[in-house]
Write a protein that binds this ligand. Structure first.
Ligand SMILES: *[C@@H]1O[C@H](CO)[C@@H](O)[C@H](O)[C@H]1NC(C)=O
Ligand SMILES: *[C@@H]1O[C@H](CO)[C@@H](O)[C@H](O)[C@H]1NC(C)=O
Ligand SMILES: *[C@@H]1O[C@H](CO)[C@@H](O)[C@H](O)[C@H]1NC(C)=O
Ligand SMILES: *[C@@H]1O[C@H](CO)[C@@H](O)[C@H](O)[C@H]1NC(C)=O
Ligand SMILES: *[C@@H]1O[C@H](CO)[C@@H](O)[C@H](O)[C@H]1NC(C)=O
Ligand SMILES: *[C@@H]1O[C@H](CO)[C@@H](O)[C@H](O)[C@H]1NC(C)=O
Length: 562
């Protein structure tokens, strides 16, 4: 990917001449690998802050901080507690509804995060969260709520102090930040250069102009970024003659769907942009990590000095995981996410490790059902995961699980949506019961996804492995396939391959806006009543490990994970 040309962008923004840098920097995209779509970024003092979309995942809208633009630490989530938006998560059934396309800004000592939550029966809910301390989840406010007509809100303060929200269209309204009231009727600012869906607007002021940066052409391989400017915020806007200023449309680049970006300056006055891109090549078939955040230009202005000296208690996005979850105080790490707000009792740290109480709904459930609250998965999945942040990686976790009833299952998964996941479970199989056999504890692979899934596979757990923790492992040993393995935790050399599955299963389809997570789950596959599974089937997880092995930067080249 490259900004069409950073110098054109510079002309478009009329960037003032700056002192020559001794040397330009080169680096590899994506700088925020793994599912990080619609990045919006700002700088305060020497620290850059970025927010990205999370749809129905919870906690939502991660805030990352960096001083060097390459090492991004997760510092908080703007939406981090049910009480900020009571009931909204469990009312959402679309896999790609929820919280998306944020704008992050800083003004007079406060950070503002504006976003919209889609998929409520009474329409889209606009939200503005505020904090003076973005390093603390609890400091993020309850939102001021507004009722937008279109998606992708920007937040902009004009010189006269008026506050504006621009949204898809591109339309403009004034917003009262105390009451959420929007001025009517919306003003049409610009329809873009003719691509479908002019959206993702951001307005900047510079040199007496209002600059309107937008995404257009749709979010797939025709995606692009264009720009226009006007003296008056309400227009008329004149389009830049060399639009689009950024796209990989019509190319055979590995990084596709390049678009939906935001611009900001470093302390030297250099302009930088962050946008989304998909590592799919023009075939656009295999891209399990979905839309990732990239920084243009790959060879451009000198980067700020490399540093991991960033406050906050979350991990850096590219760090490996090493969590044992033993001891009462082994908190669930900050970058772990759930599919919707979890049921309160589902996850806890115990002396035996991370305990997951099974949910009646499995990872698929009945996702299209808006009527069955529990089996649809709307009341949370008993699943917790972290982003797949590397093209090649190894993820493993030790499971202690002693089910008593056929259907009870615990395992690990590559999860994109309820309709796209690849599971390796330990189960008392219903299949054997149905065929009249005495059920024996077994490994089972099951998947569902964008392409035809392989047949489920059932392999009995060897007798010698029973009554002790079992290590389940997922490897992406190449770019196209996951390998699912099992071994006794005490004897990893005895590993067995249980199955393989194509990464195309978790690319696009019902999840073309989101990206894969890897994690652990427990379910009783629909048995029981209400929210209750039959007794037993509680799983304990210890020794959680995730290690990135390589990042692909083109169809054929990779670099070691950072
Ligand atoms: C930025 O620097 C100013 C002056 O040192 C300080 O008062 C302010 O708290 C800093 N802001 C942030 C968000 O760090
Ligand atoms: C954008 O298109 C709409 C619908 O055709 C039109 O009403 C509006 O005036 C256009 N806006 C601008 C700024 O040209
Ligand atoms: C900007 O346009 C609005 C009407 O759209 C007008 O009322 C206002 O005076 C204009 N401001 C300037 C500075 O020209
Ligand atoms: C350094 O990067 C900037 C911004 O991308 C560009 O304008 C300039 O030409 C580059 N200089 C060199 C020596 O490559
Ligand atoms: C932008 O990056 C590309 C790819 O690294 C490089 O060829 C080009 O010279 C860069 N442009 C500028 C203006 O630095
Ligand atoms: C998941 O549970 C539903 C019932 O809630 C069941 O129909 C389905 O077969 C189960 N398994 C999968 C892989 O969906």
């Amino acid at each position: 990917m490259r900004w069409l040309s950073a110098s054109l962008l510079a002309t478009a923004l009329a960037i003032a001449a700056k002192p020559c840098q001794a040397q330009n920097s080169t680096y590899h995209n994506p700088v925020l690998p793994g599912w990080h779509s619609d990045p919006s970024c700002t700088r305060v003092n020497g620290t850059f802050f970025c927010a990205t979309s999370t749809f129905i995942a919870f906690p939502g809208i991660p805030i990352y901080a960096s001083t060097d633009l390459l090492h991004w630490k997760l510092i908080s989530h703007a939406w981090n507690r049910e009480s900020q938006l009571p009931g909204i998560s469990w009312n959402t059934w679309g896999q790609q509804d929820g919280m998306y396309a944020p704008t992050l800004r800083h003004r007079d000592g406060e950070f503002y995060l504006i976003c919209e939550y889609l998929g409520q029966s009474d329409g889209t809910v606009g939200v503005v969260f505020k904090t003076a301390d973005p390093f603390d989840d609890a400091a993020w406010s309850d939102p001021v709520v507004f009722r937008p007509e279109k998606i992708d809100p920007d937040l902009f303060w004009d010189d006269d102090g008026k506050v504006y929200v621009a949204t898809q269209g591109i339309i403009l309204q004034e917003l009262d930040l105390e009451t959420g009231e929007l001025s009517q009727p919306p003003i049409s600012l610009w329809n873009g250069t003719g691509g479908v869906w002019p959206e993702g607007p951001h307005i900047y002021q510079k040199d007496g102009w209002h600059w309107l940066l937008i995404a257009e052409g749709g979010t797939a391989t025709d995606h692009s970024i264009t720009i226009a400017r006007a003296r008056n915020i309400t227009g008329p806007y004149e389009a830049y003659e060399n639009n689009p200023i950024l796209t990989n449309r019509g190319t055979d680049e590995y990084f596709q769907t390049v678009g939906h970006g935001d611009l900001f300056q470093d302390t030297e006055g250099n302009w930088w942009g962050m946008c989304l891109a998909t590592r799919s090549g023009p075939e656009f078939e295999i891209f399990p990590m979905g839309r990732e955040a990239s920084l243009g230009n790959m060879s451009g202005w000198a980067l700020p000095e490399a540093s991991r000296d960033v406050p906050g208690d979350g991990p850096f996005n590219s760090d490996p995981d090493e969590y044992d979850f033993t001891g009462e105080d082994a908190a669930i790490p900050k970058h772990f996410v759930y599919w919707r707000v979890p049921r309160e009792e589902t996850f806890s740290s115990t002396a035996d490790g991370l305990q997951i109480i099974p949910s009646r709904n499995n990872l698929t459930g009945i996702p299209e059902s808006n009527t069955d609250g529990v089996l649809s998965g709307r009341q949370g999945l008993a699943f917790v995961g972290r982003r797949q942040t590397d093209t090649l990686f190894t993820f493993s976790v030790d499971v202690s699980f002693a089910p008593t009833t056929p259907g009870q299952e615990a395992g690990i998964t590559v999860f994109l949506t309820q309709l796209n996941h690849i599971d390796l479970g330990i189960v008392f199989p219903e299949e054997q019961e149905e065929s009249g056999a005495s059920t024996k504890l077994s490994f089972r692979t099951r998947s569902i996804g964008t392409v035809a899934a392989p047949e489920p596979k059932l392999i009995e757990v060897p007798n010698a492995w029973l009554d002790a923790p079992i290590r389940l492992e997922i490897q992406a040993a190449d770019t196209t396939e996951y390998t699912l393995l099992a071994m006794p935790a005490s004897d990893p050399d005895a590993r067995m391959v249980i199955g393989t599955a194509s990464a195309a299963l978790v690319s696009g389809g019902a999840g073309n806006f989101v990206g894969s997570l890897v994690g652990a789950y427990a379910t009783c596959n629909g048995l029981g009543t209400g929210t209750e599974c039959p007794e037993g089937g509680v799983a304990h997880f210890t020794r959680w490990r995730y290690h990135g092995d390589a990042q692909y930067i083109s169809a054929t080249e990779s670099v070691p994970s950072r």
